[in-house]
Design a protein around this ligand. Structure first.
Ligand code: GRF
Length: 194
């Protein structure tokens, strides 16, 4: 697929929408050849208000999405990439979408991932393991949690006296660079970017 238009992202979220806001800012600065064409929320959440404030169309689809419904909404909005940004439901990955559904996990996979590993639980597990580094992992999605091929990882230190919250804040800072970098890489590799 080669064309002049920027790739269109659908951002899926269930929470604050911080990742959405960061991606929108990066795109606005011309640092990612993409546009956000749709936000899908799995529940009423702060991210919906943030999407609306950015002028992005929002679909609230509660619970787990069926594959056919997912394909229909992605086609309706001419989406090229599904970008999970704090989306807490399992998502089917229809064959045609394999390699085009991306997630960011707030720790280094394959350790510190899997069902139930989200939010502060991840950072608590990292602290309990006593490892010197954490970071984030951008990976392609399959139908399991946190298991698809890794695209990009970025590390940060775990510091003495860290709490799950202080570590989460440091990891999120790293995410704000890593997610755009990984998406840039994927778009460039796919040959469809701008
Ligand atoms: C990020 O930390 C990301 O790693 C994870 O969800 C978080 C963003 O969620 N997948 P939110 O925007 O704070 O709700």
């Amino acid at each position: 697929m080669t064309r002049a238009d920027p790739d269109r992202l659908a951002v899926f979220l269930s929470g604050t929408g911080r990742t959405l806001v960061n991606l929108a800012a990066v795109i606005d600065r011309g640092e990612l050849p993409a546009e956000i064409g749709l936000v899908v929320a799995s529940r009423a959440c702060e991210g919906i208000g943030r999407a609306e404030a950015l002028g992005i169309p929002v679909r609230l689809i509660e619970g787990e999405i069926e594959a056919s419904e997912l394909e229909a909404v992605l086609d309706e909005f001419s989406i090229d990439w599904v970008v999970l940004a704090g989306y807490l439901k399992r998502l089917p990955v229809p064959t045609r979408w394999v390699g085009r559904v991306v997630n960011i996990h707030p720790a280094l996979l394959p350790e510190f991932g899997g069902p139930g590993m989200y939010g502060d639980r991840v950072h608590r597990a990292v602290l309990e393991a006593g490892v010197p580094e954490s970071g984030c992992t951008v990976h392609l999605c399959d139908e399991h949690y946190d298991t698809g091929p890794i695209v990009f990882q970025q590390r940060c230190p775990v510091l003495p006296g860290d709490t799950p919250r202080s570590l989460a804040d440091r990891v999120f800072q790293v995410e704000t660079e890593a997610y755009p970098a990984a998406l840039r890489l994927l778009i460039e590799r796919s040959g469809s970017g701008g």
